[in-house]
Design a protein around this ligand. Structure first.
Ligand SMILES: Cc1cc2nc3c(=O)[nH]c(=O)nc-3n(C[C@H](O)[C@H](O)[C@H](O)COP(=O)(O)OP(=O)(O)OC[C@H]3O[C@@H](n4cnc5c(N)ncnc54)[C@H](O)[C@@H]3O)c2cc1C
Ligand SMILES: *[C@@H]1O[C@H](CO)[C@@H](O)[C@H](O)[C@H]1NC(C)=O
Ligand SMILES: *[C@@H]1O[C@H](CO)[C@@H](O)[C@H](O)[C@H]1NC(C)=O
Ligand SMILES: *[C@@H]1O[C@H](CO)[C@@H](O)[C@H](O)[C@H]1NC(C)=O
Ligand SMILES: *[C@@H]1O[C@H](CO)[C@@H](O)[C@H](O)[C@H]1NC(C)=O
Length: 544
């Protein structure tokens, strides 16, 4: 309800603005761009206004959450798709100079659409990095420079083109834009072996609030720390990441084994909670949980749990590991598929077998849905009673989905403050909750309400003080910045959930690098208000 009301208010605002000022905002921006940019690469073809035929196509192109594309959702004044790093730089300078609020989009997977919708400020524009997608892999050096608009699938493919025994440990979904993805952590099926994408970043190029392009050396270690997990937008625009490649074996094994309630799913899942975070680091077994029609009785629904796994090795070794550690799942050789690392990437991403790896170059999404999602971290196995209550709730909802993702291994070896991503040792697994719906479903509000109630139900079973959440699964229910976002005290609540104690350091760095809060959205890291900064200079220790 609250969301819809604010939609309406902003729509009215937008309407009044576009009647009076829309063309002049665009004209001023174009003028400013022409003035500041070198003339080598023209940008005129890269500005899409609502009058441009392809405006809606460009807006929709990478937007993953259709919930934020409905007609009532606020729309950008125009979309700028820079063709060079210097175009992005000039766009930042001009947004600042003209006071035009900008949103930055790389892959468009933000769960709350913050890269293409602003609920708090109108008018706004989108700087869409989709055309900046170079991937430059150096196998000898075991590194790569990858540009923000590239998808993680393109990165995987470009590594595979040069070597069958190298990879990169990041997201499962291959259409993720690395610009946003790595800023929040970036986990995937090799996290138990190598940690997160953000744990494997060596350098970066970023545009700061003054329009300067900085690398690790010139930005300094504080800012370099903040951008590796502190969330998208807050500290500047990432242009490039320099990543460290990791070794992968020539043979990788994958499997998916499904158990329904009738097949003892509850007991097996109880066992998984105790085993999956401690099993061999080469083995990643996630669990996808959803209702389905019962095989025994087509008029009844049951819960099915799918154990979807990647093992960095051959089937013989895998069967041995499973026999020793997790015989309850009953994995057999027939369930397993030996393949290459790149094909295991396609398998886990949900592509049909035999899909050629080259499809990764198309950057296509396999997801696009109307959805609302949330996350939790679990530190103690959930009891059988807890699971039974969960099944009941899932059975009440049309199209819910949960994904349980095991931690442990390398994830526990990093300290909570190595990078801003704090969910480390002691975390057994992460839960992702989703409710999905279709176009035309009149019950959107009901689905959102359902997932909020489920989240309440889970309170006793998940991490506490703070209840942790994954910043890349952005959830505006946890709190939003006010328009005049010097509201760092309110931000403390969601800040601690995403970053634990690292939030304080993120606020300090933000205050230093972007005190005027140029780079902002509903949940960007707020700078300290100027008054508090003065207090701090007077040796007031409240914020230390
Ligand atoms: C279908 C699906 C599957 C997913 N799977 C995984 C997964 O396996 N592992 C995982 O860790 N996460 C996963 N995520 C979450 C994902 O990591 C985040 O949504 C991530 O922020 C997406 O980055 P993006 O560039 O695609 O999104 P965008 O929406 O473009 O950006 C996300 C945020 O970062 C900001 N941003 C974008 N580009 C830049 C930039 N160049 N510099 C600074 N800020 C920027 C945006 O303004 C926005 O706030 C998944 C999401 C979806 C929708
Ligand atoms: C963009 O997406 C919205 C939401 O799905 C849809 O209503 C609209 O028709 C789409 N427009 C284009 C041009 O694809
Ligand atoms: C299937 O389930 C329905 C609803 O619970 C029940 O009424 C029906 O008797 C069941 N049919 C069989 C064959 O068990
Ligand atoms: C993780 O925590 C446990 C208990 O809290 C401790 O025994 C273990 O040594 C820690 N592991 C690492 C790698 O720090
Ligand atoms: C933002 O806060 C400052 C300082 O409290 C105040 O002077 C200013 O008027 C506020 N601006 C808006 C738009 O509310």
């Amino acid at each position: 309800m609250v969301l819809q009301c604010s939609h309406l208010a902003i729509l009215v605002l937008l309407l009044s603005v576009s009647l009076t000022a829309s063309s002049s905002i665009e004209e001023n921006f174009v003028q400013c761009l022409s003035f500041h940019s070198d003339k080598a690469v023209p940008f005129y073809q890269s500005i899409y206004t609502p009058k441009t035929a392809s405006y809606n196509n460009i807006l929709n192109s990478t937007a993953q959450n259709l919930r934020l594309l409905v007609p009532s959702a606020p729309k950008p004044e125009f979309i700028f798709t820079p063709l060079t790093d210097s175009h992005v730089q000039v766009a930042v300078i001009c947004s600042k100079k003209l006071g035009i609020h900008m949103r930055v989009r790389s892959g468009g997977h933000d769960y709350e659409g913050l890269s293409y919708v602003s609920e708090i400020e109108a008018p706004f524009i989108i700087i869409d990095l989709a055309k900046l997608r170079a991937v430059d892999i150096d196998i000898e050096d075991k590194t790569g420079w990858i540009q923000a608009g590239a998808t993680i699938g393109e990165v995987y493919y470009k590594i595979y083109e040069k070597s069958r025994v190298h990879g990169f440990p990041a997201g499962l979904c291959t259409s993720l834009g690395i610009g946003g993805h790595i800023t929040g952590g970036a986990y995937g099926s090799m996290m138990r072996k190598y940690g997160l994408g953000a744990d494997n970043v060596l350098d970066a190029r970023i545009i700061d609030a003054n329009g300067n392009i900085l690398d690790r050396e010139t930005m300094g270690e504080d800012l370099f720390w903040a951008i590796r997990g502190g969330g998208g937008t807050s500290f500047g625009i990432i242009l490039w990441w320099k990543i460290k490649l990791v070794p992968v074996p020539e043979t990788v094994t994958v499997f998916t084994v499904t158990k329904s309630l009738e097949q003892g799913a509850t007991k097996i899942l109880q066992r998984w909670q105790k085993v999956a975070p401690y099993i061999d680091n080469d083995l990643f077994i996630r669990v996808i949980i959803q209702p389905a029609t019962s095989a025994a009785n087509k008029t009844e629904r049951t819960i099915i749990t799918s154990y979807n796994a990647q093992f960095l090795g051959g089937v013989d070794k895998l069967l041995q590991v499973m026999k020793e550690s997790f015989p309850e799942l009953g994995l057999t050789r027939k369930d397993c598929l030996e393949t290459s690392w790149i094909k295991s990437v396609l398998y886990i991403a949900g592509y049909p077998n035999d899909t050629p790896p080259k499809i990764l170059l198309e950057g296509k999404s396999t997801f696009k849905n109307y959805f609302k999602a949330k996350s939790d971290f679990v530190r103690e196995p959930i009891s059988e009673t807890g699971l039974q209550g969960l099944w009941q709730r899932l059975l009440e909802e049309d199209s819910p989905l949960m994904i349980w993702n095991p931690y442990g291994g390398m994830m526990s070896k990093f300290s909570e403050s190595d990078i801003p991503f704090p969910h480390r040792n002691g975390t057994l697994y992460k839960i992702q909750y989703l409710s999905l719906w279709q176009e035309g479903d009149k019950n959107a509000a009901k689905h959102v309400d359902w997932i909020r109630k489920l989240y309440n139900y889970m309170t006793p079973y998940v991490s506490k003080f703070p209840r942790e959440a994954y910043v890349n699964y952005r959830d505006l229910d946890l709190g939003v910045n006010k328009k005049n976002s010097t509201s760092y005290i309110e931000a403390n609540a969601w800040g601690n959930m995403y970053f634990k104690d690292n939030f304080n350091r993120l606020v300090k760095i933000k205050t230093k690098v972007d005190p005027e809060n140029l780079f902002r959205h509903e949940q960007s890291i707020p700078p300290l208000p100027l008054s508090t900064m003065r207090l701090k200079d007077n040796k007031c220790k409240t914020w230390e």
